[in-house]
Design a protein around this ligand. Structure first.
Ligand code: GLU
Length: 448
């Protein structure tokens, strides 16, 4: 048996944000863990709003997150399949033509709400006479199509939420094709899931009622229904939903702000579960944590302010191999030694540039006048080369007996002399990287 097939199905009408990334990651990492296939399906049937640049941006974002799809499909290339499916449903009397305008539908809904009724479509078009139809057509109206729900209780065992039962009598018959001939994903998604042998639909809980209608369509079209998992949606701390309005939470802006992709992935996947939101070192490790039963049924409250700490912690534990290429691209040398020395002090990866400059580029002295003599004394005690691992300890052992200083009074001037900074990585790790020549000159107050 081959592994599961899952899909992430955004419409390319904007940039994806961290809430969309939650859906994408849950799909991709589930496929990774179960040795399955992860499909990116672009729901681009809305021709007016779909744009190629957004499709490209989504692909780029998935690649950056470390989850490039195994396959990419787009609905705009599959229109003939939807036509065939509609034809089949028409033959079975499971779809019917409707002619109401948006305004007419809106008036109906308002009337129903006014009477305290749910705004469910009244199936007026089902009982339309041949004359009514002829009249509409002569007015130049074009039909749009609704799927006729088989009014019954639809049940499924949701991987996140357990048993779900929805009485489709309470739902409007979903529109599957618009009057202008464009398709709605209500049906096209079912056709795709059947054709692409999708085994698991992992998506937001805002789709739960769609699932009831879609399960009815899987039956009508004679397809095998996938297993469903409806995850909670990320919200802001106040409960407000994420939307494309929050441009700052788009994956693109988070990347540009220097957040680590693994930090975003950890926040996106672990928030709103019974697991701690903590950094991970690999996507495989994050995939291992995925357990649909651990996803909460309430909202997943996400505080964007937590991302900074998560990015920092991710860097503090990152292995050199996992960042080597990016350090190289930033022009940061020094190899693993430098990385291990400075990683614990980084808020962003690019901060490594500063520490690389501290150990490798000349800088002006900042030694306070009252510390000049002490630094000169310390300079005379620098161990001779070659320097081994213990050079810092050897140096201190030589300084302590002769300097009349200890604690901060001893260390702080050395830090200022060697790095021109108040704080930073341990001098024990930096000193060997700075090297004897440069350290000696800096302690004498020279630019080096
Ligand atoms: N394009 C739909 C959406 O983004 C797809 C939903 C689904 O996963 O089936 O909401």
């Amino acid at each position: 048996m081959s592994g599961p097939v899952v899909r992430f199905a955004p419409s390319p009408t904007g940039l994806i944000h961290i809430g969309n990334a939650r859906t994408a990651l849950l799909n991709a990492l589930f496929a990774r863990k179960e040795r399955g296939t992860f499909i990116l399906r672009l729901d681009d049937t809305d021709r007016a709003r779909s744009e190629e640049r957004f499709a490209e941006a989504i692909k780029q974002d998935l690649a950056w997150l470390g989850i490039p799809p195994d396959k990419t499909e787009k609905q705009s290339a599959r229109l003939a399949r939807y036509e065939t499916a509609l034809e089949k449903l028409r033959g079975m009397n499971r779809v019917y033509a409707c002619y109401e305008t948006e305004e007419e539908l809106d008036r109906k809904r308002k009337r129903q709400l006014g009477r305290g009724l749910p705004p469910v479509y009244d199936r007026a078009a089902l009982t339309m006479s041949a004359e009514d139809r002829a009249k509409y057509e002569s007015e130049g109206r074009k039909a749009y199509w609704r799927f006729k729900l088989d009014h019954r209780v639809v049940r499924w065992n949701d991987l996140v939420r357990g048993e779900i039962a929805i009485d489709t009598t309470s739902l409007s018959d979903p529109v599957v094709a618009r009057a202008d001939g464009t398709w709605l994903y209500s049906m096209s998604s079912v056709v795709d899931d059947i054709d692409m042998n999708v085994t698991h639909v992992i998506r937001g809980e805002d789709h739960i009622t769609n699932t009831a209608a879609q399960l009815d369509m899987f039956d009508a079209l004679g397809g095998k229904a996938p297993v469903f998992a409806h995850h909670n949606l990320l919200t802001l701390p106040g409960g407000e939903g994420l939307s494309k309005r929050f441009g700052s939470l788009s994956i693109q802006s988070l990347r540009e702000a220097g957040q680590e992709s693994l930090a975003i992935a950890a926040a996106a996947v672990l928030t709103g579960t019974s697991l701690a939101v903590e950094p991970v070192q690999t996507l495989d490790a994050l995939a291992e944590k995925i357990d649909f039963k651990k996803i909460s049924h309430g909202p997943a409250r996400f505080d964007p302010a937590d991302l900074d700490a998560l990015t920092a912690k991710t860097l503090h534990g990152a292995a050199f191999a996992s960042v080597a290429d990016r350090l190289n691209a930033l022009g940061v040398g020094g190899g693993e030694k430098l990385w291990l020395a400075v990683r614990g002090n980084l808020a962003r990866l690019s901060d490594a540039k500063e520490w690389w400059a501290v150990v490798s580029a000349p800088m002006a002295s900042q030694i306070a006048s009252e510390d000049c003599d002490f630094c000169k004394l310390a300079e005379t005690l620098l161990p001779a080369e070659p320097w081994g691992e213990k050079v810092w300890d050897e140096w201190l052992a030589a300084i302590k007996p002769v300097a009349n200083r200890k604690g901060r009074e001893l260390f702080h001037p050395l830090r200022i002399a060697l790095t021109a900074r108040e704080n930073g990585p341990e001098l024990r790790a930096l000193l060997p990287l700075i090297g004897r020549t440069r350290a000696s000159a800096r302690l004498r107050g020279e630019m080096a």
